[in-house]
Ligand binder design. Structure first.
Ligand code: ZN
Length: 441
């Protein structure tokens, strides 16, 4: 797919997914995954409400059909139909007539962003509320009342929590995890950008020739999703060498990444190399146990090093968790930029290997194999690309790669220590393998 048609796919995905009312559980999440299945063969797992998962319990499934606040003449001041952020997520059912004073403690507004609706949830304490713009708040206040307040919601103790998954088996059992969350209703950067990016990355890995690592793509509700999943399939924890949480990667702001809790894990280093190859300087965010699902994957007993490449990271943009995080804020071009980085990182991680020289000792005689300039004595021994050596042959990369072909250094560290491009090192390794000079450790 070329970049232009990929942009139109991203646009179509954003437009179709944006209106769906998602939450921790429920039909909105299933509809989201059903939609994604046309791009990639995601399978779904249902983990029953009430199931104990580590220290948590899977909540009852929440279903919502409608909600509104109407004035005495029936005029609707606030309607869930117009914006699904209007209802506090997991609100209990309500059907009451209230004065503004009685309703007021249940209203959430953003005085600093008066035109935006805030996003609020009450997942683990039964409660209810409405999120409204400052203008709606003023109209409710001015209404003579009483106000008709309706939330047509239901909790199903026999429901379940839905998880989407795609596993692409590699030639190795070691796994790399790519996780995104599907629990946010109509907001675009947090986190439709992550859902779209993960789907398109998964689709590409799925279609490619067999990867080296096994790649596991997860679409989970935030926090309880990874906990429920890992508690149900704990063997995966041991096999997973690292991962990425894909979220907030479609804003107009800077590209950056949040480091793993180790800070210098191979995932961090692959991300640094990817930025370096694009001549881009990332915003670097140190690990903190606050944030998204990297918290769960990194926690004691799990400890999978997980990083996040972001473009307008969560907590860093003023539209965060409001209705202003919409499709005017997120553009397909921004999502595409992040997707390109994620692809590069995926490729780097999957091409990374250690190599060993097949020569018993010393340098191999490259000249005898047509891999070295035949005219000696040049002032600068390390010739650059396509000068003196065979055309297109990067002697610097050849020499560095051979120097580190000791079984101790992986290709990422060779690129780091030599300052050469990772992709050049990879193509040199292929040539050296063909010449019988190195093997993969
Ligand atoms: Zn969020």
């Amino acid at each position: 797919m070329n970049a232009i048609s990929e942009l139109s796919v991203i646009r179509e995905m954003l437009n179709n997914l944006f209106p769906i009312a998602r939450s921790l559980t429920g039909e909105g999440n299933r509809r989201t995954l059903e939609y994604l299945q046309q791009f990639v063969p995601i399978t779904t797992r249902e983990i029953p409400s009430g199931q104990k998962v580590f220290d948590w319990v899977v909540p009852d499934e929440w279903q919502i059909r409608a909600a509104w606040i109407a004035g005495p003449t029936g005029e609707r001041f606030v309607d869930f139909e117009e914006c699904n952020l209007h209802v506090v997520g997991y609100s209990t059912p309500v059907n009451e007539r209230l004065t503004f004073t009685e309703l007021e403690p249940r209203l959430h507004t953003l005085p600093d962003l008066p035109h935006a609706v805030p996003y609020r949830t009450s997942y683990y304490k039964r409660d209810w509320g409405f999120c409204v713009t400052q203008e709606q708040y003023q109209r409710l206040k001015a209404s003579p009342g009483p106000l008709e307040v309706v939330i047509d919601s239901k909790f199903d103790a026999k429901g379940s929590l839905t998880i989407g998954e795609l596993v692409v088996p590699g030639s190795r059992k070691e796994e790399i995890l790519v996780s995104t969350y599907i629990c946010h209703p109509s907001m675009a950067n947090d986190n439709l950008s992550g859902v779209v990016t993960t789907t398109l990355l998964a689709s590409e890995v799925h279609k490619s020739a067999k990867p080296i690592h096994t790649w596991r793509f997860l679409f989970v509700p935030e926090t309880i999703g990874p906990i429920a999943y890992l508690s149900s399939y704990p063997d995966i924890i041991k096999r997973t060498v690292g991962g990425l949480v894909v979220t907030c990667c479609g804003g107009p702001g800077p590209l950056g990444y949040k480091m793993t809790f180790q800070g210098d894990h191979v995932v961090d280093r692959a991300i640094e190399i990817a930025f370096h190859e694009l001549n881009a300087e990332p915003e670097r965010y140190a690990f903190s146990p606050l944030g998204s699902d990297e918290r769960q994957y990194s926690s004691p007993g799990i400890r999978i090093p997980v990083a996040t490449i972001c473009k307008d990271k969560y907590h860093e943009f003023k539209e965060y968790h409001t209705s202003a995080d919409n499709l005017n804020f997120v553009k397909p071009e921004y999502v595409f930029e992040s997707l390109e980085l994620y692809r590069r990182v995926q490729n780097i991680l999957d091409s990374n290997t250690r190599i060993i020289s097949t020569i018993d000792g010393g340098e191999p005689q490259l000249g005898a194999r047509g891999l070295y300039p035949t005219i000696g004595g040049a002032n600068k021994q390390s010739v650059s690309k396509s000068r003196e050596g065979p055309a297109g042959f990067d002697l610097d990369s050849v020499m560095w790669t051979l120097f580190f072909s000791d079984g101790e250094h992986d290709l990422i560290s060779i690129a780091e220590k030599s300052g050469r491009n990772f992709s050049d090192i990879v193509s040199v390794v292929k040539k050296l393998e063909l010449a019988g000079l190195v093997t993969r450790a």
